[in-house]
Ligand binder design. Structure first.
Ligand SMILES: C[S@@+](CC[C@H](N)C(=O)[O-])C[C@H]1O[C@@H](n2cnc3c(N)ncnc32)[C@H](O)[C@@H]1O
Length: 304
């Protein structure tokens, strides 16, 4: 497993600068464009969740729900994969939703018939029971009280299809709780993404973080995004998921890059134990209904 740092599963900067990026600065930049380029990897994320769904349920997921969807990059990618796919996105804030409609969905075939946005709290039900519900980029950390988190997980459970899966990503390791900044160059050095772990209070679990963007002309977009969260640990989350009714909760951890032990390789494998590295990224997949042993397709035995 890697000692990767937050969002290392996402893009690394490589290659030469595109024309439109040469003059990128605080004045010209679009905050949500910078965010997506730094943080989101919808192709990789959708690959992971749909492949896991097929492996655990022996069928394809057809209806997808993206909670805390923001620009709904994952839902857009899910719709692109198959014309039969449908999705719903939930977010309180109209700004990223409008941006996402224009930028992520505009070229997706028949998206208006296949996608429904709900500008409402994630604890509200979907129009149609989802096969797969995802809450990405640690957004469920907005729920700071255990009772609130349990309420959210119970609402996800009630809303899912009878054999549905709930997928959340998570972050852990001692470095995750350190007050520190991590910088990463994006798209060949077009700009620098800065993840700022401003404050962690061990007594309350309160976790205050921000994203800054730095540009090649010396300008900076400080606190472009700020988050006031609670840091939830894997074991706490697993316990709350079981209490909400899920029958099985499976942890997945990212593997290590072959060429650089400090980097993740973007591949997440099922692992009940994990490895105590400085910082790690993972997923939890919570199952509603039958356990995976009852629905996963049997693996064919290799011929000797
Ligand atoms: C960290 S952003 C994540 C956006 C997106 N999931 C991603 O991966 O890039 C969190 C989003 O959650 C939304 N949000 C926060 N609390 C919410 C709630 N209770 N119900 C619905 N949306 C909420 C915010 O408006 C924000 O767009």
């Amino acid at each position: 497993m890697s000692s990767t740092t937050r969002n290392k599963k996402h893009k690394k900067g490589k290659g030469s600068l595109k024309k439109k990026d040469r003059r990128l600065n605080r004045k010209s930049a679009d905050r949500l464009d910078l965010y997506q380029r730094s943080v989101n990897s919808p192709e990789t994320d959708v690959d992971f969740v749909t492949e896991q769904f097929e492996a655990l349920r022996g069928r394809s997921a057809r209806h997808f729900r993206e909670d805390f969807c923001g620009t709904a990059a994952m839902a857009a990618e899910f719709l692109k994969r198959d014309i039969k796919n449908t999705a719903e996105g939930f977010d309180l804030d109209p700004e990223p939703v409008t941006w996402g409609k224009n930028r992520n969905f505009a070229k997706v075939e028949d998206w208006e018939e296949r996608m429904t946005f709900h500008l409402t709290d994630v604890r509200n039900p979907a129009d149609k029971r989802p096969d797969l519900t995802c809450a990405q980029n640690f957004s469920y950390w907005y729920f700071k009280e255990r009772a609130e988190l349990l309420g959210y997980f119970k609402s996800v459970y009630a809303d899912l299809a009878e054999d549905g899966l709930f997928v959340v990503d998570l972050y852990g390791g001692p470095e995750a709780m350190s007050e520190m900044e991590e910088e990463r160059e994006i798209d060949g050095g077009a700009f620098t993404y800065v993840w700022d772990q401003k404050q962690y209070n061990p007594g309350s679990g309160e976790y205050n973080t921000a994203i800054h963007f730095r540009f090649n002309d010396g300008s900076e977009w400080k606190n472009a995004f700020e988050y006031n969260w609670r840091f939830w640990h894997l074991t706490e989350l697993r316990d709350v998921m079981f209490e909400a009714g899920f029958t099985e909760v499976r942890p997945y951890f990212e593997g290590t890059d072959e060429d650089d032990e400090e980097e993740g390789n973007g591949i997440f494998d099922y692992d009940e134990v994990g490895e105590n590295c400085e910082a790690w990224l993972g997923y939890l997949i919570a199952l509603k209904g039958p356990k995976s042993s009852e629905t996963a397709p049997k693996k064919k035995k290799k011929k000797k």
